[in-house]
Design a binder for this molecule. Sequence first.
Ligand code: AMP
Length: 403
Amino acid sequence: MKILVINTGSSSIKYQLFEMDQDQVLATGMVEKIGESGSIMTHQRRLEDGQFQKTALEGRIANHQEGFQHIVSFLGDPEHSVVKDRSEISAIGHRVVHGGEAFHAPVVIDEKVIEAIRENIPLAPLHNPANLMGIELTKEIVPDIPQVAVFDTAFHQTIPKRSYLYAIPFELYEKHRVRKYGFHGTSHAYVAERAADYLGKPLKELNLITIHLGNGASMAALQNGECVDTTMGMTPLSGLVMGTRSGDVDPALPFFLAEHLGMTLKEIDGLLNKESGLKGLCGTNDMREVIGKKEAGDEQASIALEIYAYRIKTYIGAYFAALGKLDALIFTGGIGENAPYIREVSCQGLEKLDIEIDSERNNQRGDGIREINTSGREVKVLVVPTNEELKIAQETKREIENY
Ligand code: AMP
C-alpha cells in the first residue's frame, strides 16, 4: 500500500510517498518559496538500487495550487515517479498542527473535520490556515483519494487538568479554550513506541521522558505510555530554549517591553518567537554553529549552551517528580540525535536519579536506536531517531483500514 504524506506550510509544501509494506520512502520532495520569484521544487525518487535520483524545478510557483499540481504531476509521471498511475496511492496523510480539544487521534477527513480544523485557527493562526489549504487543494485535485489528518496536539490530549489548566480565570478555558495543548506529538509518540520495542516491553508498562530537540524543542512525560505533561503550552513558545524561541519567560515580560520600550504586540511576538532562543543569546539559531563558536572560545555561545542544557535538566527533574518512577529518557530531533555535548551536559549530576551517561557510548555515531547510559543504571538513556512522516503514514494507513 502506498501512502502520501503532506506537510503544507505558509510558503512551502513538503511531501513523502511511502511503500507501507516495507516502511520505505519511494519519493520525497519539497516546494519552497511559493509566491516568490525564486520558488524552487526539488523531487527525489528511489531507484531500484536504493539510491535517490534528484530533479529540481526552478521558476516562480505562484501559489499553493500550482505547487500541488507540480507535485501530482511529478508523482504521476513515469520519468520522475515510482507509481504508474496516481490511483496506486491509497491515501494521503496531512500533518495538521492544531487539533484543539476536538481531536484525540488521527481522523479521516470529511466536511465536519475541515470545519473543526477551521475552528481551531485562532489557536494556531500561523499553521492551521496553511494545513487547511493543503487539505482543500488536494481534495480538489485528487478527490478520489481518501485523506487523513494527523494532529501535532493529539498525543497530548491525555494530559490531566492539573497540568493543562493555567491558573487564570476559569472562564477563559470554558469560553475560549485557553489551556496547555502541547506540540511535536507525532514525534514524541513515534520515539516512545520505538523505545518500547527496543526495551522489549509494552508501551503501557513504561514511564518515559521524551526530549525532542530540533529547531523547535519540547519534552513530554509519559506515565504508563500516556502523555501526562509537556513543555509547550497553548502555543509552541513555552518550555525549552529553542533556535529562535525563548521558551519559558516571566509572563509579565511583554508588559515591560510595551511600557518601557514602546514595543507593539506584533513586535513582542516577533521578538519572542523569531529573535530569541539561541539566536537571541549568541547570534545564531543553528546548534552546529553555536557549538563551533563555543569551541572557538566564544563566551556568549558558551552561556547560550549552558542555559539550553540547564533548562532541559530542570525539566527532567520536574518530570521525574511528576512520574515518580522512570524507565527511560529519550533524546531525539536534529540536536537530540546528533549533539552528544548537549545530551551529556543536560544529564550531568543526575546520578541520584539513577541517570548517568557513558561518555564513550554517547560519542559513538549511529543511525539506529542507541543506548548511552552507563551499565547498571536503572534509567536507560536512549537516542532514538525520529520519523514524523513515517508515523503520519502509519497512522493514515491504520485510519483508512479501520474506516
Ligand atoms: P531539526 O529541526 O530536527 O531538523 O533540527 C535542526 C537542528 O539540529 C539545528 O539546530 C541543527 O544545527 C541541529 N543539528 C543537526 N546536526 C547536528 C550535529 N551534527 N550537531 C549538532 N547539532 C546538529
